[in-house]
Write a protein that binds this ligand. Structure first.
Ligand code: PMP
Length: 419
């Protein structure tokens, strides 16, 4: 195993020294025949579970037709159908248009490109702790510095970061809004800002849901200054937070939304969905790429949307989240390092701090939990600015039995490491 990893640069991280052989719904078997419960879902990707039969059948059917033409060379109807479905499902009543690319980073980059084209302005306001991808522009927009931005600069400019509301660490909603006002006053006039870019629930930054009224305040601020509001729903979308789009919880209509991860059910496809008038700002040929909207991935995505609807996975996502948070909350009395339990829908997190003190982030406890759980056959992943947040991202199709089995392992692991 070590020999195989040594073939790769250090920069390609590997949370666990194990190699997958096959997977089914919420379980993975490694090359040594060990069974794993998957509480990561490929980082919130297989929302419909590993190898959902309907998604697999759709992909297989497309494999037998054609795998690639490049939409710009020879178009295919499934691409348009997927965009139509996303347009219809996106929050708000303003007519929408969409197009497809391959990854989250690409979707976010293109969303900002369109915002710049539509407004004729260059400035972008994003959030500390935010994550938007590992391309140069994605990293420039990303507020979370380590490890993503270390050694790679300089980055594209005209991007300004403000604090994300975070009650546990003393950042109020008011403070966040005041920081934006300060950017307008001291760094770039509001009239030169194209977009405010926000994850409704900050993902890599620590699974922090934006407070309910915050997105509404951003919407009002954007409207007052002709700024576009971009919701990066790469991680929060496709049922992860209990709605197809997490912004539906907030009662606002973003100008542009990015989707990726859960959309393809394990195949690579991402989307930029936005108000039609905004989306038409770029000139023909200015958007897309060779592989954008690959036909097999698009077939999977269409099946994913069907499965989410047919199996009521948004409702299931809400229940999963409630069930998990209830269990975590009941553990808090015994494990003093569990400083906060939070989340939205199935996006669930526990922040570990020494003695529950938010000023003492305890990445060592989070890492010990991950390793102990791995010894017991449960796959976990951490996030947060200090790596001290357990984020649970189960396939939304998992059974209650597997869910409870995984939660039992977490509880037993916390006991074993004396968290
Ligand atoms: N935006 C958000 C909110 C994300 O969570 C991620 C990935 N974690 C990205 C963008 C980048 O997506 P990708 O890795 O597919 O480029």
């Amino acid at each position: 195993m070590a020999r195989r990893s040594a073939a790769l640069p250090r920069g390609v991280g590997q949370a666990h020294p194990f190699f997958a052989e096959r997977a089914d719904n919420a379980e993975i078997w490694d090359v040594e025949g060990r069974r794993w419960i998957d509480f990561c879902a490929g980082i919130a990707v297989v929302n419909t579970g590993h190898r959902h039969p309907k998604v697999m059948a759709a992909a297989r059917e497309q494999l037998d037709k054609f795998t690639h033409t490049c939409f710009q060379v020879m178009a295919y109807e499934s691409y348009v159908e997927l965009c139509e479905r996303l347009n219809a499902a996106a929050p708000g009543n303003t007519p929408k248009k969409s197009f497809l690319v391959n990854s989250g980073a690409e979707a976010v980059e293109n969303a900002v490109k369109i915002a710049r084209a539509a407004t004729g302005r260059s400035g972008v306001i994003a959030f500390g702790g935010g994550f938007h991808g590992r391309t140069m522009f994605g990293m420039a927009l990303t507020g979370k510095v380590a490890p993503y931005k270390i050694k790679f600069g300089p980055f594209p400019g005209e991007i300004f970061h403000v604090p994300f509301p975070d009650a546990l660490h003393g950042v109020s909603e008011d403070e966040s809004i005041a920081s934006i006002e300060r950017v307008f006053k001291y760094s770039i006039e509001a009239s030169r800002v194209a977009a405010i870019l926000i994850e409704p629930v900050q993902g890599e930054g620590g699974y922090l849901p934006a407070p309910l009224g915050f997105l509404q305040r951003l919407r009002t601020l954007c409207d007052a200054h002709g700024i576009l509001l971009i919701a990066d729903e790469v991680q929060t979308g496709i049922g992860r937070c209990g709605k197809l789009f997490a912004t539906e919880h907030y009662g606002i209509e973003p100008d542009i939304i990015t989707l990726a991860k859960g959309l393809g059910g394990g195949m690579t496809v991402s989307a930029v969905v936005g108000k039609a008038a905004v989306m038409d700002a770029a000139d023909p040929g200015g958007l897309g790429s060779t592989y954008a909207g690959n036909p097999v991935a698009v077939a999977s995505a269409l099946a994913v949307l069907d499965v989410v609807e047919e199996e009521k996975l948004c409702e299931r996502s809400m229940l999963i989240g409630e069930q998990m948070r209830a269990r975590f909350t009941s553990m808090q009395a015994r494990f003093t390092s569990m400083a906060e339990v939070r989340g939205l829908g199935a996006m669930t997190a526990v922040e570990f701090c020494r003695n529950g003190d938010p000023h003492q982030p305890a990445a060592d406890i989070a890492t010990a939990l991950k390793d102990e759980a791995a010894r017991r056959g449960l796959l976990l992943l951490m996030c947060g600015n200090y790596g001290n947040v357990l984020r649970v991202m189960v396939p939304l199709t998992l059974s209650d039995a597997v869910l409870e089995e995984g939660m039992d392992i977490i509880e037993a692991s916390l006991e074993a490491i004396r968290a």
